[in-house]
Design a binder for this molecule. Sequence first.
Ligand SMILES: [Zn+2]
Length: 559
Amino acid sequence: MQRVRILFLITTTLFIFNSSHSQDAKDIGLEAITKQAVQGQLEFLASDWTEGRHTGRPGAYMAADYITSMFQVYGLQPAGDMEWNSVSRAERMEGKRPTQYRTYFQNFNLIEYKTGEDHEFSLIENSDAGTKTTNFAYKTDFSVRSLDVAVDLEMPVIFAGYGFSDKETGYDDFKGIDVQGKIILILSRYPGHNDTTSKAYKAFKPLDRRSNRIRMRARNEKFSKLGVAAIIEVDPGRDVTTAWADNLPFRYNSRNYEGDDPRASYYEKRMKIPGEKLTQDQTSVAISDRVLNELLKNTGIDLEAFAEDVKNSLKPASKELAGKRVRIKTSVESRLIKVRNVIGVLPGKDTSEIIVIGGHYDHLGKHDGWIWNGADDNASGTVGVMTVAKACMATGEQPEKTIVFAAWTGEEKGLLGSKYFADHPYDDAKMILNLNYDMISRDNRDDSQGVKCSMVYTKKYPVLEELANKHNDKYDLGLEIGYEPSARPSGGSDHTPFAQKDVPVFYFMAGFPPEYHQPDDHTSLVNWDKMVNIIKIGFLNIWELANTEWGAEEASPNQ
Ligand SMILES: [Zn+2]
C-alpha cells in the first residue's frame, strides 16, 4: 500500500510539471500553423504536377516525395522500410560492407484489376430427350462484375427469394436450403420494399441509407459464409440492359465532360491488398429479361407472385431450379503494382506506444485529359498531417508519447494504405490513438459562416470531445463542431481500419462540397481560416494527449 501511495505522489508531481511545461509548447506550436504554411503546401500537393495522385501512378510518387521532403524539413525521423546502401565493387574490396538505413516509405503491393472482356453464360437443361445448352452473349444478355480472379463454374441454381434474413422476425430465405457451392438467383432489396402498407415493409424497412448499406454488407458477408458460388441478382421493373448498347446515337455530354467515348470511370479499375487467401466474395451477374424467363420456365417459380405473397405472409419460398444448371466463365485483367505510404515519426520518451496522425494523399488521378486535383479530398487532410508535424517539431520539446505522422495511399480504392499500416504498424508498436483528417477545407451549404465541421470519435473516450471544446474556446478558434461519437466509428475513411482494431479514433471533416470526386475540386475553393483552425485543434488535442495520462471512460457499474 505504502509503495503505491509514493508512486502516486510522484506521478501527480510529474503531471503538474508537465502540464504547465507544455502550455508554452502549445503556444509555440500554434505559431507554426499559419495560413501561409498551409497554403504553400496545399498549392503544390493539389497542383496539376501531381496529376491527381492516383494510387501507384507517377503523380502519386511525386506527391509522396514532396511529403517526405517536408517531413525532413520539419525534422521528423523516417519510420518506413529499411533499405540497403549499395556498395561498389571497389569499396567492397576495401572492406566496406552495405549498411541499412531507414526510409520514409512503407512500400507494399496491390493488385489492380478490372473486369475483362471475355465472359460466358450458358443455361444447361436436362430432359429425357437429352441435354440442351444455350450460350448467351456478353452485354447482349448478361453482364458481369468479376472478382480479382477469374472463375469457371457450372452449378445448379437456387432461387433464394431476396437472399434476406432478419433475426427479429426469424425470416430467412436460406432456411432449409443448401446453397453451399451453388449459384443463387435473388431479387434486389428486401421483402415488401415496394408496398409501404405491407407487413414485411413495416418489419424490414431500413431506417436510413446508412443502415441499408450496413444491411447490404451483412447480406454479402452471409453469402460468403454460406459458401455461395455466384449470384444472379434481378430487379424486376428495372431494365439493366439499357447500359449495354454498343452503338453511339449521340455524343456523351455531361457536367465537365463531352466526347465520343464515355467518360473514363475511376471506379472501373479496382485495387486490393493481395492477402494470403483468395477472396470469399461471389461473382455477380446481371441478366436480361429473356434469360430470366428461360431460367424460370417450367420451374413453377413466379417472381411477381412470390413478391406479392411474401410481403404479407413473410413466408420464404426458396427452391432449386429443377433440371437446370448454369455455367459462368469470367475473365479479369489484373496486374501487381507497387505503392507506398509515407511515414515519419517524432519519438517520445516512451516509444512502446504510438499515436498515429494520418490522412490519405491519394486521389482519383487523370482521365481523358481531366485531372482530379482533389484539393479538398484529400490534399487538405494531408497538409493537416504535415502541418501538425510542423507544429509539434516547432515546440522543440520531446513529447511523453511517440507520435507517428502518416500520409496514406489507396484510400480511394478501399482504405488500403491505412489498412496496411494498421496491420503492419511502425516497429510493431501498440497504437493508442488515431487522428484522421479527410476533407477539412470546405463548407456545406448550410454553413454560411464557414465555421462548421464534424468530429467523429470513439464514444468510450469523451476526453476527445472535452479537449476539442476546451481548445476551441481557449484559443478562440470559433469552430462549430458537430460531434458524432459512436462505439466503433466506421465509414469510408482511414480511421476505420484503426477503429476495427479497437484503437480509439477521432476524425475531422469540414463539409461535403458539390465538387466532391469531380475534376473541379480545386484549391481556389478552400476556406483557409477553417482549415487552419481544424489543424490547430488537431495539434492542440494531440499535444495534450501525447503529454498526459488519459483513457477510456469506465462503464458505470449500474449501467
Ligand atoms: Zn475521396
